[in-house]
Design a protein around this ligand. Structure first.
Ligand code: FAD
Ligand code: ZN
Length: 317
């Protein structure tokens, strides 16, 4: 397991303490710091796929689904924010939760979310993926009955066709119903290898199928799940310093880009600032309580927040 606690002294010294180089995220540190929103552009040596058909600034461009044939081009349709009421009362929230242990820090964050949002009058649904033994593998079993083309299996095509004729597997359909009904999707998980845990990635792969979440010419601001909000709430092993500008792990927003822009925004879902609890296993009990309080406080005014630009121009400079 990767934690900042596990770092050797030498490695710690190599990490510049640039906590003041703020991350544009709700970073809940031991000190409960809330950094400023927009940092300076900078270069980070991680591979970023080229933008295909880039035709403008920010989100206003034509983009293609990664790996899709050239003919499958997606055009931005609108940048309008969904109309939202100032409170969350009556709103439907789906929490997709990926931790094995209810007594974990993630488990505590989940409990707070359910309690606080319920108190506000929201209808809260939790998909507890490990407890559900959610199947993360995208396989032929996701299609009930005969295939569209049994000669050569193509998961994307088969699930798209199965969605259209109503023959996706029951567990996928159930999750799609929850997504369809939700105004807000919250993803709660521990960071695994700079990413979400495989079980949650499997949920994305299997639930957000073509026809349901996006379609030909219907992606990004034109995605089929328009009008919804999402929020990635996660914990790390590494400290905030490790994920700051110029340090060994690099700016954490690069980790967020595939999740927020590549998945949520692609499906038309707006993204609220992520919520990151850094290194809960390495801080004092008091600091952990502070982090939990900070999350509770944020939830109280969550619905007043504006979505963020999840792929700002400076990412690629
Ligand atoms: P826990 O260990 O469950 O909790 C931390 C502490 O909080 C525990 O002492 C717990 O008892 C306590 N606690 C729980 N509830 C409360 C409460 N209500 N009040 C006070 N204290 C409480 N990290 C990275 O930074 N980058 C990576 O790429 C990365 N990859 C990983 C890959 C794998 C496969 C694994 C297993 C881990 C990886 N990690 C990585 C580390 C991982 O992200 C952290 O271990 C995880 O985020 C910690 O969250 P948790 O909920 O499991 O914490
Ligand atoms: Zn985006």
């Amino acid at each position: 397991m990767r934690t900042s606690c596990a770092l050797g002294e030498e490695q710690r010294r190599s990490i510049k303490n640039t906590a003041s180089d703020a991350l544009g995220v709700h970073a809940v540190t031991a000190a409960g710091a809330r950094p400023r929103a927009e940092p300076e552009p900078r270069a980070v040596p991680i591979p970023i796929p080229p933008r295909s058909g880039s035709a403008g600034k920010g989100h206003s461009r034509i983009s293609a689904l990664p790996g899709a044939p050239r003919s499958r081009q997606y055009q931005i349709i609108s940048r309008e924010a969904p109309q939202r009421s100032p409170t969350m009362a009556g709103k439907k929230v789906l929490i997709v939760y990926a931790h094995q242990e209810p007594k974990s820090f993630n488990g505590s964050l989940l409990k707070i979310t359910v309690e606080e949002l319920t108190k506000q009058g929201c209808s809260v649904t939790v998909s507890d993926l490990y407890a559900m033994q959610f199947e993360p593998r995208a396989t032929r079993n996701d299609i009930v009955g005969p295939l569209h083309n049994s000669e050569a299996f193509n998961y994307g095509v088969e699930t798209w066709e199965a969605y259209k004729r109503g023959s996706l597997s029951k567990d996928v359909v159930e999750e799609q119903k929850k997504v369809q009904e939700a105004d807000l999707l919250i993803f709660q998980f521990p960071l695994f290898w700079f990413n979400m845990p495989a079980i949650l990635k499997g949920w994305m792969d299997r639930v957000l199928v073509q026809g349901f979440a996006y379609d030909l010419s219907k992606a990004y601001d034109g995605g089929l799940l328009q009008g919804k909000l999402s929020l990635f709430s996660f914990t790390t092993g590494g400290s905030q310093e490790m994920y700051s500008k110029g340090t060994i792990s690099g700016d954490i927003r690069y980790i967020l880009w595939p999740m927020q822009h590549g998945i949520m925004h692609f499906c038309g879902v707006k993204v609220l600032e992520p919520h990151i609890c850094y290194a809960p296993a390495c801080v004092s009990e008091e600091k952990r309580k502070e982090m939990l309080t900070a999350w509770t406080q944020r939830l109280k005014t969550l619905w007043k927040e504006e979505p963020i630009d999840c792929s700002p121009e400076w990412y690629f400079k």
